[in-house]
Design a protein around this ligand. Structure first.
Ligand code: C2E
Ligand code: MG
Ligand code: MG
Ligand code: MG
Length: 276
């Protein structure tokens, strides 16, 4: 029986591996096609300012037009095979053109956050590409916020810092996304060229559900002493909103206020004020 189970395990393992490979190549084919056929769109999730209930900005999140595959599934594949570089430019173009469209409709434009993968540091022309798009579409750089994650500093820390400084010198804002999930070092915050930290959902869950809320309060106070804005991500419950407001958190992005919205949905109530 031992021999049998060993065999089964082996068979199970190799089928699993093969399945993974097949899924990966399927995903790659889907991405390749989407890159070639305008197959991506963006949805926008409001970030609600806790002092006013107003929308402080939106985060742009990528979706496939014709497939339910989520970015959590396909972005890692695109990062691994380098397609993220093409996708990153597509996302940037979609967002800048969307902002132009909103400007033309006379909307009061908030900042729009774009997720920027560490792998995109290998897209050496990205900054020029972004600045050109902004110029061509007459969109102010001050409307753009770039979300990075801490792993971007693992390689080429100096060049990353210089890249971020250049973006900021044009008025583009920088946020650290998923804060609290990586090898977060608080000393980072004192010298990185950033404007905002986004506290990861896992952090809010951990600290708001247990009695460790003082850690959250201290983190927010530290960020404020460094002139950083704090956004809490993934907030789903009213009691979390209340506690974060009490703790002086600046804004909240989460299902409690709104899921990511399709453009048409968002435009129905562009200047919505939320009850906080
Ligand atoms: P992220 O940048 O941390 O984005 C936040 C994710 O949390 C989004 O998932 C959003 O829909 C989800 N979320 C927001 N509020 C809640 C909540 O209250 N509860 C829960 N459970 N989830 C909430 P999404 O859109 O599936 O994106 C997942 C990740 O994929 C993003 O995490 C980001 O890392 C990546 N991603 C998405 N769009 C892009 C993109 O355009 N470019 C790049 N490079 N990565 C992207
Ligand atoms: Mg993000
Ligand atoms: Mg995040
Ligand atoms: Mg994330």
């Amino acid at each position: 029986t031992i021999k049998n189970s060993g065999k089964n395990n082996y068979a199970f393992f190799s089928v699993g591996m093969a399945e993974h490979q097949i899924n990966k190549s399927k995903t790659e084919a889907i991405l390749r096609e989407a890159i070639d056929t305008d197959g991506f769109k963006m949805v926008y999730q409001p970030q609600v300012e806790l002092s006013t209930g107003r929308v402080a900005g939106f985060e742009a999140l990528i979706r496939l037009k014709n497939n339910k595959l989520s970015p959590g599934e396909f972005i890692p594949v695109a990062e691994e095979n380098g397609m993220i570089i093409a996708i990153g430019r597509i996302v940037t173009k979609l967002v800048v053109e969307q902002i132009r469209n909103w400007q033309e409709k006379g909307y009061d434009i908030k900042s729009v956050a774009i997720n920027y993968s560490a792998v995109q540091m290998y897209d050496y022309g990205y900054k020029a590409y972004l600045m050109n798009l902004l110029r061509e579409n007459a969109v102010s750089p001050s409307h753009i916020l770039i979300e990075i994650t801490e792993n971007i500093f693992l390689e080429n820390k100096e060049s990353t810092i210089n890249f971020l400084k250049e973006l900021r010198s044009h008025g583009i804002k920088i946020a650290i996304d998923d804060f609290g999930t990586g090898y977060s070092s608080l000393s980072y915050l004192t010298f990185l060229p950033i404007d905002t930290i986004k506290l990861d959902r896992s952090l809010s869950m951990e600290f708001l559900d247990l009695d460790n809320i003082s850690v959250m309060d201290s983190l927010i106070a530290l960020a404020h002493s460094l002139n950083l804005l704090v956004i809490a991500e993934g907030i789903e419950e009213q009691k979390q909103v209340k506690r974060l407001k009490y703790g002086q958190c600046d804004a909240i992005q989460g299902y409690y206020f709104s899921k990511p919205l399709e453009v048409e949905e968002l435009e129905l109530d562009f200047d919505k004020k939320y009850e906080v």
